[in-house]
Write a protein that binds this ligand. Structure first.
Ligand code: KG4
Ligand code: ZN
Length: 340
């Protein structure tokens, strides 16, 4: 029998201080998340300096909780996985410094993990049969990518956003209609009360780049619609705006994902990142995949938004490949996917 591989994973790239213990890459023994959302809400978005300070206050506590809930000690671990980019530099540094200190103190290997590769790997947790190759649509607050996952830890980006990320568009539109931060879940909820065909917002298709995205025009169209209503002294229908905006985003995401799956001959499609928690997006992708004879995979909402279990899953496959980080591991705020 092969020995179990136990990884403690740490994630502090944005506004969640998180730690998890993951066994053999797919079994989550604990997944502790301390969210700072309530704090950042007051400012309408994440304040980097506040995020770093809060991570320092919370990180030891979440790690202790993760170990105790998993019923393991630091000595039982095989490696420490940590997000080292992309993200807010001060926030990332807290997790990286903590992981380095633990690795040094207990003499266990350190594995630096790319945050977005973590999001993709969230799909392995509940879909035990999912293995590469597959196509993954990554939609988070900072990224919108279509990626071919060729093997564990081997990625090829085939499409990306030219401007705003999908989550960023959700957050900006939510702010414009007075829903507050973070906007994604609020638009998701309010959309259910609105008509998604009430307003026709633009769907951007980029000449010569069929898998690339652009959301800034859509965001401007929403702002223009609000302004023109105000000029005419018409009351805006927030639910209709939310539903019509969301429909425009989903339409583009689903269309391009299906096109890429067909063109690259992928039979399996996965979705990842905070926006993957969106109920209508999941339904639309599931329906499109079923229509096109593709298998569809998605994480539960708790594994879509930032968490450390997904970092543990990604760290496991890096660990198996022999990836080890030195104590000189640094935070890389603009780390690119597939780069080490
Ligand atoms: O992956 P994530 O937690 O953090 C980043 O790595 O960016 O993604 C956060 C983003 C935010 O923009 C948030 O508004 C969006 O994911 N989001 C959603 C939903 N839940 C979170 N967007 C649409 N619908 C949701 N239910
Ligand atoms: Zn994220």
């Amino acid at each position: 029998m092969t020995k179990d591989i136990m990884i403690l994973a740490i994630e502090t790239s944005c506004d969640e201080s998180a730690a998890a213990v993951v066994k053999n890459g797919r079994e989550v023994l604990s997944n502790i998340i301390s969210s700072q959302i309530e704090l950042h809400k007051l400012y309408g978005g994440v304040v980097p300096e506040i995020a770093s300070r809060k991570h320092i206050e919370k990180i030891n506590q979440v790690i202790e909780e993760a170990l105790s809930e998993a019923n393991v000690t630091l000595q039982d671990l095989d490696a420490i996985g940590v997000t080292y980019g992309p993200g807010l530099v001060g926030a990332l540094l807290v997790g990286v410094a903590e992981a380095k200190a633990i690795s040094f103190a207990v003499k266990k290997p350190l594995v630096g993990v790319h945050h977005i590769e973590g999001h993709v790997s969230a799909n392995y947790i509940e879909n035990k049969e999912l293995e590469p190759p597959f196509l993954c649509l990554i939609v988070s607050g900072g990224h919108t990518h279509l990626v071919l996952v060729k093997e564990y830890g081997t990625y090829e980006i085939v499409g990306r956003t030219r401007d705003d990320a999908a989550g960023e568009a959700f957050d900006k539109v939510a702010r414009a209609i007075g829903l507050g931060y973070p906007g994604g879940p609020k638009i998701d909820k309010l959309s259910k009360e609105g008509n998604n065909r009430a307003i026709t917002f633009p769907r951007a298709h980029i000449e010569g780049a069929p898998y690339d995205f652009s959301f800034s025009g859509l965001k401007s169209a929403v702002l223009n619609h609000i302004n023109s209503c105000e000029m005419k002294h018409e009351e805006i229908n927030r639910a209709d705006i939310a539903a019509s905006f969301q429909e425009a985003v989903i339409d583009v995401l689903v269309t391009k994902t299906m096109l890429a799956a067909k063109d690259f001959g992928m039979k399996k499609v996965a979705v990842a990142g905070g926006v993957a928690a969106n109920s209508s997006l999941r339904e639309a992708l599931a329906a499109a995949c079923s229509k096109n004879g593709l298998a569809f995979y998605h994480p539960s909402p708790i594994f879509c938004t930032d968490n450390a279990a997904m970092i543990g899953a990604a760290a496991y496959y890096e660990y198996l490949k022999g990836t080890r980080s030195g104590l000189d591991l640094n935070a890389v705020p603009n780390l690119r996917i597939g780069e080490r």
